[in-house]
Design a protein around this ligand. Sequence first.
Ligand code: MCA
Ligand code: AMP
Length: 495
Amino acid sequence: MDELQLMARARFHAGAVAIRSGVKEHTYAELLDRSASLASELLGETDDLNEGRVAYLAPAGFDHISVQWAIWRAGGVAVPLSHSATEPELEYTITDSQSHCVIASRDCADKVEAICERLRLRLLIIEDVDNVSGQSLPVVTSGRRAMILYTSGTTSKPKGVVTTHDNIQSQIESLIEAWKWQPSDRIPLFLPLHHIHGIINVMSCALWSGATIAPFRNFDMTAILSRVADDAYTVFMAVPTIYVKLIQALESMADGERSRIVAGFARMRLMISGSAALPASVHEQWTSLTGQKLLERYGMTEIGMALSNPLGGERRPGTVGQPLPGVALRLSSEQGEPVTTEGEPGEIQVRGPGIFSEYWMRPEVTAESFQDGWFRTGDIAVQEDGYYRIMGRRSVDIIKSGGYKLSALEIEAALLEHAAIRECAVVGIPDDTWGEAVAVAAVLNDGEELDIEMLRSWSRERLSTYKIPKRLLVVDALPRNAMGKVTKPAVTTLF
Ligand code: MCA
Ligand code: AMP
């Protein structure tokens, strides 16, 4: 095949509206034309980027998608950057991925300009690229690397998760089949585009189907709710924190306004929650407010989506359903034995064509994360009456806050640079809105003082918003085990 399937499908839907933003519309044909021009600019004198990494930062919308497609069509590997990242975090992603070029929209360029100057990297401003025609683009086979997404884990620095075009295609096709995506679907896109919830589940599934995306720069609740009331969308995907915020907003509205919006939600064909546990109480509150039964699913950057409640059939609150098409899943005991008894917990392990190919430049970590060819997710689940229920994670160093996966170790490493802090332990503590909130117990250097506001304002320069501690407890000493290591479960009892 000469062309990646995503592009071939876009050609099939050429006249359809891919993106609708207010009164502005862009067709699939426009996306194909613009991405070809950008690809040719990226290629310059070369005929294939040969998996060279290209980092990019642009708000959700026509330019963003054109750039992602351009990188793929030029044979490169797409490295999306985070809008909420601080400069040191952006620099880490750009250097770790060894990106040779950064693309930015003009309004985002100031976030990457200094980094590009320091690293002597080419900075391409999207709006400066002219449209050209008749370019020749390379043949990109689907086994090639396509994307690197940075994810936090049990190492102090985020790791790059590499997926091939085949991996991405399998992840998309599984969801299209399970959730019956259609060309008539219309979906708002407000989730960040450096994680797969936004990139695969919303953006790529919609584009694969010939559906229409309504992009937002971020979760602009007022604008989104007004469009919901106008029946602008048929499908809605969000993280639990967003449903909590929506419930709070709807409950504080006047009756007339609320009933118009609730009616819009009620008419949607599908509403999905994922990225973190959806408390059964929130699930039930949403149903009693809107009549919609949320479909909860479970996934991970390394594997795409793995488990889902059914589209037709019982959507059970507090559970994540059954394996999605193309996903083989098993539970494994602490001893590494398969768990076959209902009600007995085990680690979720997954196999299938959607699983990532490697952690970028970390072969040992990649090897350690598989057991006999099964990817070890680190999440513990049980099966009850045929449905899986997530019980938690193997590592206390992984925190899920607002749908973002955070590494306690990364936050600790940053906080240890604070002059007042001698030692610290970061943990996630339960929070009604964020799922978990970042909390820190710290031992201070002699004579130093620190309160949460001082720590938060210091952290703003170094950490993304969602990594900034919400709670600080100054302690005389941290609890330790016999080996002298800080014991995290004991730290959680301090809060
Ligand atoms: C922001 N704030 C927080 C947090 N985030 N406080 C505590 N914990 C947090 N996590 C604070 C800010 O400091 C700020 O406070 C105020 O809240 C508003 O911040 P802002 O960023 O504007 O908040 P928001 O726009 O309301 O954002 C909330 C959000 C966002 C929309 C839920 O966090 C979001 O888009 N989350 C989705 C992440 C996602 O897509 N994850 C998927 C990963 P102040 O006003 O005092 O400054 S992929 C994945 O997980 C797998 C594969 C899967 O299964 O999907
Ligand atoms: P990420 O690395 O950002 O891809 O986050 C993946 C992690 O999010 C998983 O390993 C789970 O811990 C968590 N997760 C995703 N969906 C759910 C869900 N529905 N319920 C509980 N945890 C979830």
